[in-house]
Design a protein around this ligand. Sequence first.
Ligand code: EZ4
Ligand code: CO
Length: 412
Amino acid sequence: MAITRAEVIVTSPDRNFVTLKLTTADGVTGLGDATLNGRESAVVAYLRDHVVPLLIDRDESRIEDTWQFLYRGAYWRRGPVTMAAIAAVDTALWDIKGKVAGLPVYQLLGGASREGLLAYGHASGRSLEELFDSIRDHQEQGYRAIRVQTGVPGLKSIYGIASNETRHADKSVRYDHEPAQPGSLPAEEDWDTRSYLRHVPAVFEAVRNEFGPEPPLLHDAHHRLTPIEAARLGRSLEPYDLFWLEDVTPAENQEALRLVRRHTTTPLAIGEVFNSVWDYQHIIREQLIDYVRSAVTHTGGISHLKKVLEYAAQYQIKSGMHGPTDVSPVGMAAAMHLGLSVHNFGIQEYMKHGARTDQVFRQSFSWRGGYLHPGDEPGLGVDLDTDEAGRYPYVQAYLPYNRLADGTLHDW
Ligand code: EZ4
Ligand code: CO
C-alpha cells in the first residue's frame, strides 16, 4: 500500500485549473482540485516543493492521518494556499479509496441522503430586458433556482454581469461569466454603494412581477457593504423572498453579522473565501448565517468540509457549496458526493464549464430537472485526459479590483 507518484497538472482549456494526480503501487489513480483563482502558481509551488515529496511511499488508505500530517506537520496553519493544497491531497485520496472499494465516494461518506442536488445558476443583465432574457435562458437550461445579478446605473462594469466581451484567452470563444481576465495586470472596476442599494430592490421587484413567487432567487453582494448597509439591503429585499443573500460584508469580521441579523430575516450565506472550520466558529455557534459557502477545493477537502457541515447541522445551518467555473470538474464532483451524502444539504452552485474543459475532464455527473447527481462510477467519477490537458498551457489571469469615484480601493 503506497503512493508511488504525485503529479501537479496545470491546464488552461477555458481557464486555469490546477489538479493533483496521485498514483498507487497498484496503479490506481486519484484526482484532487487545487485551483485558486488568480494565485494558481502559489498552490502549484506549495504542492510540488513541499507536499509531493512527503506523499511518496505513504499509505494511500490513511486519509485522516495524511490530512493531520499535512495540516499540523507544516506548523504554519490555514490560509487559502495551504488549505487548497491539502484539499487536493484529501480529495485524491477519497477518489482512490472509492476506486479500490469499487464504490462512488458518496457511498463511503454514508450513502445518499437524497435523489439529487438542487442547483442554482447565474443569471445577469445590465438592463431588466437583458436580465429577463438571461433568467429565461437559465430556465430553459433546466435551472429552477437562479442567482440574479444586475447592472447598476452609473457603474461601467460590475461583478457578476456576463460581459459581451469574452474573457477567454482565445478571443473566438465566448466565456462571459468568468471574472478573472487574462493579462499581466488585474483590471480595475468601479463601485458605488448608494447607487447599488437604491437599484437592487427595484430589480427584484421587477423579477418577482415577471417570474412569479415560485423560483428560488439568490443574490451575491460580494463583500462590498458595511454591516449597517448590509442590514438595510437585507431588510429591503425581504418582500422578494430571497433563498439567500450572499457575502453581505467582508467576512473576516465574523461579529459584523450580529448587527446584520438584528435587522433582517433575509437568509444569509457566507464563506466562499473561508478555508477552515475556525473561520466559521462564531457565526455557526451564534447562528449568524443560514448557508455555508465553502468549496471542497478551498477548505481542506472532503474530510474537513464534512466536519464544518456536521458542526453547522447542529444549528440547522445548511450547505451552499461554492461552484463557480474556477472550481474544476474534480472539485465539483467532490462537492456533489459530499452534498449527496450529508443530511443538511441546502443548494449547490453550478455554472457549466466550457466545452474544452469538458474534453480535458471526462465527467460522469448528470443534470436533470434542475438537479445534479455525481453518478455511480467508483471514486469521484472524473478522468483527466493528460494529452488534452497538455494542449492548453497556463495563462496568466487576475481577478479584478474595485475603486470608488475618489480613487479609494474597495472590496471586490
Ligand atoms: O467571485 O469564484 O458566488 N460566487 C462568486 C464567484 C467568485 C469567484 C472568484 O474566483 O462570488 O464568482
Ligand atoms: Co460569491
